[in-house]
Design a protein around this ligand. Sequence first.
Ligand code: ADP
Ligand code: MG
Length: 272
Amino acid sequence: MLKLDKVSKTYKTGDKALHHACFEVPAGQVVGLIGPSGAGKSTLIRCINRLVEPSSGSIQLGDTELTGLNRRELRRARRRIGMIFQEYALVERLTVMENVLSGRLGYLPAWRSYFRKFTGDDIAQAFSLLDKVGLADYADKRADALSGGQRQRVGIARALEQNPELLLVDEPTASLDPKTSRQIMRLIRSACQERNLPAIINIHDVLLAQQFSDRIIGLRAGEIVFDGPPDALTDDVLTTIYGDEDWTQLRGENGSGDQGEDASGVDLMESA
Ligand SMILES: Nc1ncnc2c1ncn2[C@@H]1O[C@H](COP(=O)(O)OP(=O)(O)O)[C@@H](O)[C@H]1O
Ligand SMILES: [Mg+2]
């Protein structure tokens, strides 16, 4: 379980990016974190693994108070937190397999991991994860030979290779087309369900967030202004989060026909 208590961040520039964020995420829950650009979504998830140092507040993962850890303890704690980035952050000249295995080492740069020995179990797990994300035949391909969707699948496999207790995901579909975006969200969602893994997914696409999250947290100017189930996201709530917009049009464009889709059904065979 993850617990945030009054987490705030003011950058050196004076930007108050986050103010008194309080919430708990139980095992297996997928939280969609929505809000306009600049609302503090990235700041919030980066405070959790302290890629951004929170200015105040408390963050607990299980029994560990993350804000109190020294460098060495933090390195160990970060291995318990998988992270999936918008830009995939793969090492281009390394193979898919090497990128996935680098997950074993948490956030160490892969050029260092390259020279380490991995156990047979690490490698077996990496193969099984590549199979799971639909890239069984890509283990030896170089990362720079893959499409955007395939790269994000590698990003997911790498995060899961850590056997994390928590998944942090920052705009995983920002560079992907709508269909690939749905495949990626479905994959993340089913991985969380299978492993009873809690996740926070920053996502600016409201419909994707609604369809693939158990719970929505809405940020506006660093404040949590909504925290509730996806179907409680009324037009009024959206206006509170994003400001005035024509929400009926937004909903109409994308249709409601696939709202009832089973998010756990993974179609891996389509190329992405
Ligand atoms: N490294 C930084 N230094 C100074 N200000 C920052 C930094 N990163 C983000 N900010 C500011 O903090 C606010 C929240 O940014 P961010 O967390 O990136 O929002 P989001 O991910 O929702 O778009 C913005 O006003 C942004 O300009
Ligand atoms: Mg962001």
